[in-house]
Write a protein that binds this ligand. Sequence first.
Ligand SMILES: [Zn+2]
Ligand SMILES: [Zn+2]
Ligand SMILES: [Zn+2]
Length: 373
Amino acid sequence: MKTFSCSCGNPLYFENTLCLKCQHEVGFDPAAIDMCCLDETTPLKHCANGAGNLLACNWLVPKDGTETYCVSCRLSQLIPNLSSANTAQLWMKMEGAKRRALFSMLSLGIPLQPLHDPNAKGAVNEHGQAVPLALSYRILQPLPNAPVITGHDAGTITLNLEEADDAIRERNRMNLNEPYRTLLGHFRHEIGHYYWSMWFENDPKGEEVLGAFRELFGDESADYGAAMNAYYSNGAQVGWQERCISAYSTMHPWEEWAETWAHYLHMIDALESFESLGLRKSAAMPKETIEKIVPLPKPFQSAPVAEFTHKLQTWLEITPAINELSSSLGHNMSYPFVVSAPVVRKLFFIHCMVKRQVNEAKNQPSTAATQAR
Ligand SMILES: [Zn+2]
Ligand SMILES: [Zn+2]
Ligand SMILES: [Zn+2]
């Protein structure tokens, strides 16, 4: 993910809705693939899911257009009933992961819908009927008599709302013995199936690349149901690590494509975050500001201001990059904190205490040595 900047110069991140420097509302313009500051002159407005009190979407639509929902929200064909606050929260997390997954498509320049090729073959759904291969999402809440199976069928991606619940997703991750399971990972994996259908099956030129696909991933005409039963009864084939990115990849060539595709997107997005932030330290709190807010605490005679300032400044410079990297990989922010001036003072006090105790221990070498044992 790129780091964006507001028209006032302040850095903006993909999920932002407000610029903390100029106090303008901000949002993502999918047409420009850029974050945009909303002032009176901007020809853009919030997506209907992001307008008013509903902060479910930070993407923008043209003010003079006919669309009230953004390109991401328009793809959601079915969403859960949002009358419960908890359901609404989970759905918002789902839509957030979806926007990040779709960002990669926009950023790579991959069309979200099939090109209008007159020779394109229609997709075939599970009942063997030809249907247009249009991308859409169904985000569904499972009911006792109606479980929701995550998957892709002829352009329609179904996701289980429960996966947005951290506790449930983590339990599923452990039960299935998976080292990695995230919402973003689900969105990347499933859209991988969609592009497989679009590029290998639906595109008349798909024949040209299908042979190469089969050489690497295997023959996808193998019975999917049988492959799935074999995987869930016997587990992954022994030695899969030497060939595949994940155990699940061994189930069927389609799954290996989707797993490898998702991995490619993890790599591209994290790399972009790293290039955008990791090499260039963020403008954090200036040294002078830190020095101003850390007066010598009582009862200290002298304090290691320079050392503390250096440590804190470096830390505040690298934490946005750490957060962006973990978000790119679909994890929660690694460092979800705001370090305010009072907190800086308290941290400095702890730093002074540590230095003081270290000095005291140094002056009493015998005690320190005894305690160390
Ligand atoms: Zn601004
Ligand atoms: Zn939207
Ligand atoms: Zn899959």
